[in-house]
Design a protein around this ligand. Structure first.
Ligand SMILES: [Zn+2]
Length: 118
């Protein structure tokens, strides 16, 4: 049986507004400036909860900041450096996969053909 993690969501919070994002996650608490999280944003932030847990808090934070400042030292803009953070790239990818699955399940084009075995 896998270990479960309790996640707290704090809505209409000042913290993400301070850094200019819709949401920010510190180990198991998701702070959002919004009144509610969309499914896609929830998946993105839950990926960060998973990363915090798997990497360990100190190492996660060090790696996250090192990725960001590595980009900035290369002359990247704040946004480009942010999107270059490994943890962010992974969370963006997960949220995109979720959005794709959601579109498929809503009856939009499904790019596979399933053949029943005889
Ligand atoms: Zn993120």
């Amino acid at each position: 049986m896998s270990k479960t993690t309790a996640i707290t969501v704090k809505t209409r919070h000042w913290l993400p507004r301070l850094v200019g994002f819709d949401a920010i996650t510190f180990p198991t608490t998701i702070y959002t400036r919004l009144p509610a999280l969309s499914g896609r944003l929830l998946v993105h932030e839950c990926q960060h909860v998973k990363q915090w847990a798997e990497t360990g808090r100190t190492l996660f934070l060090l790696k996250y900041l090192a990725d960001y400042f590595r980009g900035r030292l290369k002359g990247q803009s704040c946004m480009t450096a942010y999107l270059g953070i490994g943890a962010e790239a992974e969370a963006v990818k997960m949220a995109k996969q979720y959005a794709t699955w959601q579109a498929w399940s809503a009856g939009e084009s499904f790019p596979v053909t399933i053949k029943e075995a005889a």
